[in-house]
Design a protein around this ligand. Sequence first.
Ligand SMILES: [Zn+2]
Length: 473
Amino acid sequence: MIRLVIGLVAITLAGLGAAWLADRPGLVRLDWGGWRLETSVGILLVGLAALLALAIILYRLWRIVRRSPSLLGRWRAESRSRRGERAVVRGLVAIAAGDARDAQKQAREAESLIGAAPLTRLLAAQAAQLSGDPAEAEKQFEALLDDDETAFLGLKGLFAQAQRRGDSAAALVLVERARTLRPDTPWVAGELFQLQVADRKWADAEATLAQAVKRKLVEAADARRRRAVLLLARALELEADGLREEALKRARDAHELAPELAPAAVLTARLLWATDKVRQADGVIEAAWAAAPHPDLASLHAQIHDADGPARKAERLDSLINTNPGHGESRLLLAERALMAGNHAEARTILEPLAAQQPTARALDLLARLERAERGDERAATRWLAQIAEAPPPAQWTCGRCGHVAARWSPDCPACHGFDALGWRVPGAVPEFLPPLLQGSSSAAPTDPGAFAPDALTGSMTARPTPAGPATD
Ligand SMILES: [Zn+2]
């Protein structure tokens, strides 16, 4: 609007000026060095205005030319940065594809284009890791520590390198440093827990678990089970050191937290029995049997009542069976009880359908004993026994992660160190080897133990999926 007004005023003034000049015609004459210029005042003024306009246009052009190097520089820098970013993306894709050579090429190109930025350092470190150059990877990760923004990434990378070297002391220091930077990170809590478990620092692992629960990094049910396993681990050590009272306290806590954890119930009942607390021991075994029957519970129960009279023995056995009468283990006990009491018909009605459903070695062995006891039929007994060779293998303490079969329960798998990975299951149901992604294990630590390890990609602190089917402990 203002411009329009100014324009109108200028045109009006120019018109008035032209009219004023037309009313006063005059002549300008210029004599200079043999040249003569003769013109009217109006033309002279128009000529001067044209000269002024030309000067302005030339000045503008000169300014553009003078600024052009910086414009060109800026354009060049932007282009380099775009090409650098593309190199980083291509490098990341190469890493995802496992192409170490291309990843290194892209890392070098990215660095030449955009310098040692955090992203290029990270790419270079990962490319070095992929091509098996730990020294270069560590150099790059250490450089990331200088910047507060990238220090956590640097620590995580150095931690992975330490894990690969098998240097758990260095790994522990690094993860402790990472905790000061990001205490709420599931990865920190998960790795700390695993290192403490691998180091048999049960109390420290319990403290880490308590912190993780407080920060809501682990679900309540999962935390309860983990705590039970840690308590049982300590109880077993205390028992080995001869500290039975301390051991009993922890074993009992473990049993109360996880009644389905048979080894906790067995230890608790055994320690109670050792101090003649037979009724309490029976109560523990029955609670565990109700949650998850296990042969170790039955065999301890039999030991406890070995010296009892037949009536008392049968009464205690009934009490145990009645806590979980439909379970296969209960039915085997019932058949054994009938066989012992000479109730052959009852034993047969239990065993024959059981052997048809689940032809386990124990059921077949009991049937052979029944044939001998009832009719003295050695040939029938041999027929049953011959079937044992084809019977499915009995359940054993089998790792849900690596399939290792252990002779006895332990808090972590003796082979892969997976925390609470041993379950009472049929071996072979678990694949011997699963690719890391399917196991949900951290790519940073291929042998890392424990189940609340964060996934390297998601960083979530979830329980590792156990590839096996249902299992009882
Ligand atoms: Zn294992």
